[in-house]
Design a protein around this ligand. Structure first.
Ligand code: UDP
Length: 314
């Protein structure tokens, strides 16, 4: 794929916008589409004079066509628990109708296709760490099901288009990723803790803080996704950082990096909050030669300026 015309759905989102930057840096022409439900055009302001880039505001749940493309990256969806709870039906629609419509485009133009899936496919996992071969433990009627089941369905549609229509598809399962351009109010743990620490407010730890997550810095995540896009591996492939932390440890890292004097305030654990989450990245290491480089503490330091500026403009 050189100097290709590439479509990024959800291109104004946190990950989508970083993906657009990386594709432009590789010399491609990029069309981002987004309905701006949870994405923000400000994530793309720096590209306003870039002739190889275009943002089109549209909803991929409606049929759309942006002309011939050689690659489609399906990154459209609310992605934080707060966002997908607030927008449950649009989340189900974009994972189903949006995935169908973007796959139809890939089929029409014989384009390659990469679908952004999620560690949420594993639900509250009974296997640890999670390998791609694990089928998961998802509550189909719980508060997270609008996202989890939409993404699982999206994976099913993606493999069906490969099987029945011979579209050249790939699936990445993205584990908790963080960095600049996360929305301050998306409710995820790192923006919440950063915002609270920089304001000198208490850090809100849900439950007793013993639940774990494994945090991947955004540049590592994008590198993994691009390697998968170029490879002949179909996936699903886990891309995430296997360094696992309790949420309490994460809070203490944020306090150390921000030098904040905030205290911890314990709040109720949301229903179906996964108790543990850690990617087994053996497959990514073996087939993509990829592994993350940036430790949580360093990634938080790299994100600090962004969160400071975002708070000032808030
Ligand atoms: N969490 C927390 N305090 C917050 C926000 C989140 O303790 O202010 C916890 C949440 O309960 C979960 C973990 O942090 O166990 C990660 O939550 P997040 O919303 O970032 O994403 P998830 O991995 O649950 O999709």
């Amino acid at each position: 794929m050189t100097n290709a015309r590439v479509l990024v759905t959800g291109g104004a989102g946190f990950l989508g916008s970083h993906l657009c930057d990386a594709l432009l840096a590789q010399g491609h022409l990029v069309i981002a589409v987004d309905n701006l439900l949870t994405g923000s055009s400000s994530n793309l302001d720096h590209l306003s004079h870039e002739p190889r880039f275009e943002l089109r505001q549209l909803d991929i749940c409606e049929t759309f066509d942006c002309g011939k493309v050689e690659y489609v990256f399906q990154f459209a969806s609310p992605a934080s628990p707060v966002d997908y709870s607030n927008h449950g039906i649009p989340t189900l629609k974009v994972g189903s109708l949006g995935t169908f419509n973007s796959l139809e485009l890939a089929k029409k133009y014989d384009a390659k296709y990469l679908m952004a899936s999620t560690s949420e496919c594993y639900g509250d996992p009974l296997q640890h760490p999670q390998k791609e071969t694990y089928w998961g433990n998802v509550n189909p009627v719980g508060p997270r099901s609008v996202y989890d089941e939409a993404k699982r369905f999206s994976e099913a549609v993606t493999v069906a288009y490969r099987r029945y229509h011979k579209v050249d598809t790939r699936i990445v399962r993205i584990f908790n990723t963080y960095g600049p351009r996360m929305q301050l109010n998306d409710g995820r743990v790192i923006p919440n803790f950063m915002k609270q620490a920089l304001r000198g407010e208490d850090l809100t730890v849900y439950g007793d803080g013993s639940q774990t997550r494994s945090f991947c810095y955004v540049s590592d995540q994008i590198e993994g996704i691009l390697r998968l896009a170029k490879s002949s591996e179909l996936g699903p492939v886990n891309i995430g950082n296997p360094a696992e932390f309790t949420i309490l440890e994460c809070a203490n890292k944020v306090l150390a990096v921000t030098a904040a004097k905030s205290r911890i305030r314990y709040e109720p654990l949301p229903q179906d909050d996964p108790k543990q989450r850690c990617p087994d990245i053996t497959k990514a290491r073996q087939v993509l030669g990829w592994e993350p480089k940036i430790k949580l503490e360093d990634g938080l330091k790299l994100s600090l300026d962004y969160f400071r500026r975002a708070l000032l403009n808030h």
